[in-house]
Ligand binder design. Structure first.
Ligand SMILES: Cc1cc2nc3c(=O)[nH]c(=O)nc-3n(C[C@H](O)[C@H](O)[C@H](O)COP(=O)(O)OP(=O)(O)OC[C@H]3O[C@@H](n4cnc5c(N)ncnc54)[C@H](O)[C@@H]3O)c2cc1C
Length: 355
C-alpha cells in the first residue's frame, strides 16, 4: 500500500467512491480505505433515490429495482394523502455502492477493503488498524455519520436520528413511498418502500428514543400483516445512524494536510427525510475535484468547495432544520404534536414549503 498518496479517501460509500473517481481522473495518486470487506455490504438504507440521480451516476440501470411515481403520507390514523408527482427509483444499494467503487478503481484509484481506520492525528496522519501509518497530502473524509476525519477537524454530527429497518415479503405491489407520521415516532417517521416482491419497512427517531425502535417497528409490521399488505416473515434486519443537524464546516487543516468532508460526514443528509445518497454523490464529486485543484496550487479550492455545498444544499437543509426544530418544540412540556403539526413538518404538504 502507498503510504504517501496525494489524496486519501476514507470510506467507499457513494461519497467516497465519487470523490475517488474525480480525484483519480484529475491525475492525483488516490488511495481509498474502507472497513467493509465488500462495498455496500451490509446494506444500511431504505434504497430510495430521486429520479434525477440518473444524470450523475452512469450505471444506475444495473441496480434499478423499480420505479416510484408518488408518495402516500398517513398522518396518525387519517386516510393517506397522495402526492401524485414524486418520481424516483428503488435501487439495489449494495449493487449501487459496488458499481461506484468499481468506477473509482477503473479511474485509477487504489481501493483497499477490510481495513479499519483507527485514528486521524493532529498532524494529518492516518493510522490503520494493522498499524500502518499513512501520510497523505489531502484526506477526504467520506466515512459516514461518525466520521473520524470530521472529528479530527472539529466537525462532528451531534444530532443523530437512529433507525431500524426490516425487509419483508410484499403481497400488494405498489409504486409509491409510503410514509407514516405519528406523534409516537418522535423527530422522525416510518416508511414502507416497495422493492418488487419485497419491501423495506423501517423507522427513524431521535437518538434518545432508540430503545423504543424495536417495539414501534413490530407493531407497525403486525398492523401491515393484518391488512394483508406484507408477510410476517422477516427477511433481513438493518439500521444505522442518520445525521440530522445540518451541514458542518466541510474543510480544515491538520498540520500541512488538507481535510475535506463529503456526504454524511459533512452533515448533508436531509434532517427531515433522512435522504443522503444524492448529496453524497454530488458532494463526493465536488470534494474530489477540490482536492485535485488544491494540489495544483489553488489555495481557495476548500473555500470554494464550502460555497458550492452551501449553494447546492444550504436552503433545503436550513428549511428542514427549521421544520425539525418546530416539530420537536411541540413535545416541550409533555405536549404532543397535533396532526397539523406533523403535516407542517413533512415535505408532502404545502405548509412545509410555506415561508
Ligand atoms: C436505515 C437507513 C435508511 C436510509 N435510507 C435512505 C434512502 O432511502 N435514501 C437516501 O437517499 N438515503 C438514505 N439513507 C441515508 C444514506 O444511506 C446516507 O446518506 C448515505 O449512505 C451517505 O453516503 P456516504 O458515502 O456519505 O456515507 P456511507 O454510505 O455511510 O459510507 C461511509 C463508508 O465509510 C466506511 N467507514 C466508516 N468508518 C470507517 C473507518 N473507521 N474505517 C474505514 N471505513 C470506514 C463505512 O463502512 C462506509 O462504507 C438511509 C440511512 C439509513 C441508516
Amino acid at each position: 500500500m502507498h503510504t504517501t498518496p496525494d489524496i486519501l479517501v476514507l470510506g467507499l460509500g457513494p461519497a467516497g467512491s465519487c470523490a475517488a473517481i474525480l480525484a483519480a481522473q484529475n491525475n492525483s495518486l488516490t488511495l481509498t480505505v474502507e472497513r467493509k470487506v465488500s462495498p455496500g455490504n451490509p446494506v444500511q438504507c431504505a434504497e430510495f433515490v430521486p429520479a434525477l440521480i440518473g444524470n450523475m451516476v452512469n450505471n444506475l440501470r444495473g441496480c434499478h429495482v423499480q420505479n416510484i411515481t408518488s408518495m402516500l403520507t398517513e398522518v396518525e390514523n387519517d386516510a393517506p394523502d397522495l402526492m401524485a408527482n414524486f418520481p424516483g427509483r428503488m435501487i439495489d444499494r449494495a449493487g449501487f455502492d459496488a458499481a461506484l467503487a468499481g468506477e473509482a478503481a477503473k479511474a485509477g484509484a487504489l481501493c483497499h477493503y477490510g481495513i479499519n481506520v483507527r485514528q486521524v492525528t493532529e498532524e494529518g496522519h492516518v493510522l490503520l488498524a494493522d498499524g500502518t501509518c499513512l501520510r497523505p497530502k489531502v484526506i477526504i473524509g467520506a466515512d459516514g455519520p461518525h466520521s473520524m476525519a470530521g472529528k479530527a477537524i472539529g466537525s462532528t454530527n451531534e444530532d443523530i436520528l437512529e433507525t431500524r429497518q426490516i425487509s419483508v415479503p410484499l403481497y400488494k405491489p405498489f409504486q409509491s413511498t409510503d410514509i407514516f407520521l405519528n406523534a409516537d415516532i418522535r423527530g422522525g417517521y416510518a416508511w414502507l418502500f416497495p422493492k418488487g416482491k419485497t419491501a423495506n419497512l423501517g423507522l427513524g427517531v431521535i437518538a434518545c428514543d432508540k430503545p423504543r425502535l424495536k417495539e414501534t417497528l413490530s407493531s407497525l409490521h403486525e398492523r401491515l400483516v393484518k391488512e394483508g399488505r406484507v408477510g410476517a416473515k422477516i427477511l433481513s434486519h438493518t439500521g444505522g445512524a442518520i445525521p440530522a443537524g445540518g451541514m458542518l464546516k466541510p474543510h480544515g487543516k491538520l498540520g500541512d494536510t488538507l481535510v475535506l468532508l463529503a456526504g454524511d460526514a459533512a452533515g448533508l443528509t436531509n434532517p427531515i427525510t433522512g435522504a443522503g445518497i444524492n448529496a453524497a454523490v454530488m458532494s463526493g464529486r465536488l470534494a474530489g475535484e477540490a482536492a485535485a485543484d488544491w494540489l495544483l496550487g489553488d489555495e481557495d479550492a476548500p473555500a470554494h468547495y464550502h460555497e458550492d455545498l452551501t449553494d447546492l444544499f444550504g436552503a433545503s437543509l436550513s428549511r428542514a432544520l427549521d421544520r425539525r426544530r418546530a416539530l420537536l418544540q411541540n413535545y416541550a412540556n409533555n405536549n404532543t404534536p397535533s396532526p397539523d403539526d406533523l403535516r407542517a413538518s413533512w415535505i408532502a404538504y404545502s405548509e412545509y414549503w410555506a415561508a
